[in-house]
Design a binder for this molecule. Structure first.
Ligand code: DAH
Length: 344
């Protein structure tokens, strides 16, 4: 054996390194060629044990040193290239413009409901809740709408197949008025409360009618609450909601739970009352029903007859949203169409 072999191996290795450059595949080939068990270098090292002790001393340490050099150089290089590659993969361009993450937002109806709640809270109203699954008593009978009364036809009802534990028939409420007697059972007048929430009607849909919709009920009860109080509160609310003075109008109507009863109109926001297609050229838009609470409703709640006076209304939240944001079709709200939802 001679040093020349080692020199040759070394120079072959250096040549190999140059040829491989940064190619990890080629460097791996080099590793196998120079460092694997079958490599020439390792075969040489294996043969050392058969040399004379003199040769062992000289050649052995040189061969070991060569192997070490080759190994260190090659493995260091592979590691360095690997690290550089990893860094390139994780490289972040801190000067690149930021990407805006798409985040969700409240649906227009939720926003409008919150606006309504804010305005009434500022007028010292309480915000209350009522159940969407209801029995016949609170949805109808307690409101002076007995079974077989023709007025029940006004509220096409989704009935629920199963009865409750008490054996009562159940329905999804046809109006937020179901909350009236429930609230009065727990509170003594005077009070002023609104109840926003969902209601359901078993009816065909069109641009202005939905089977599922939102209302907000108002109920104001005291010793001497009058229609004049009602009108001023309603006017205040609508002007605050639309941010401009809104005219209101009451038309005689009929509801079993109010006496007298009215339909409530506001001046058309689109044409300022001059008449346009939105308001059917009348200059007025219908908001919902209202009236002075029928004494029989107070009786349902256990109040003494003729002790209190109050007014109530049930207005549609979609209608307000449609008017404020120029939405032409009520069915848009629940269409799930992102092109609609993202506009608000
Ligand atoms: N509940 C009625 C409906 O949905 C609207 C209504 C009328 C509510 C008169 C009231 C009221 O509170 O006093 O058609």
């Amino acid at each position: 054996m001679s040093k020349d072999i080692l020199e040759k191996i070394k120079s072959d290795f250096e040549k190999g390194l140059q040829e491989a450059g940064n190619d990890l595949g080629k460097l791996e080939e080099l590793r196998i060629k120079f460092l694997s068990r079958k490599s020439e270098l390792n075969q040489l090292l294996k043969g050392i044990k058969d040399l004379s002790s003199e040769e062992k001393k000289e050649f052995g340490s040189l061969a070991n040193q060569t192997r070490k050099e080759v190994e260190t150089k090659l493995m260091d290089l592979i590691e360095e290239i690997q690290q550089r590659k990893d860094l390139e993969k994780d490289w972040i361009d801190v000067t690149a413009p930021g990407k805006k993450e798409a985040i969700g937002h409240l649906n227009l109806l939720s926003k409008v409901q919150r606006e309504i709640e804010d305005i009434f809270t500022s007028m010292s109203f309480e915000i209350a809740d009522g159940p969407e699954i209801e029995n016949e008593w609170y949805n109808f009978d307690a409101l002076n709408i007995p079974k077989n009364h023709p007025a029940r036809d006004l509220w096409d009802t989704f009935w629920i197949k199963n009865k409750n534990k008490k054996g009562e028939k159940l329905l999804v409420r046809t109006h937020t008025s179901n909350a009236q007697v429930r609230y009065m059972e727990k509170h003594k007048p005077p009070f002023q409360v609104i109840v926003p929430g969902k209601a359901y009607r078993y009816e065909a849909t069109d641009a202005h009618h939905e089977h599922s919709f939102c209302q907000f009920e108002a109920l104001v009860v005291g010793d001497s609450v009058s229609v004049a109080n009602f009108k001023s509160i309603a006017q205040e609310f609508f002007s605050a909601f639309f941010g401009e003075k809104i005219e209101i109008r009451l038309r005689p109507s009929y509801f079993p739970f109010t006496e007298p009863s009215f339909e409530f109109d506001i001046s058309c926001k689109v044409c300022q009352g001059k008449g346009c297609p939105t308001c059917g050229h009348t200059g007025w838009l219908e908001m919902g029903g209202c009236g002075m609470v029928n004494q029989r409703v107070f009786e349902s709640a256990g109040y003494e007859k003729n002790k209190y006076q109050g007014f109530a209304w049930g207005f549609g939240i979609e209608r307000l949203a449609m008017m404020k944001h120029q939405v032409g079709d009520i069915r848009n709200f629940r269409s799930g169409d992102l092109r609609f939802i993202r506009q608000f």
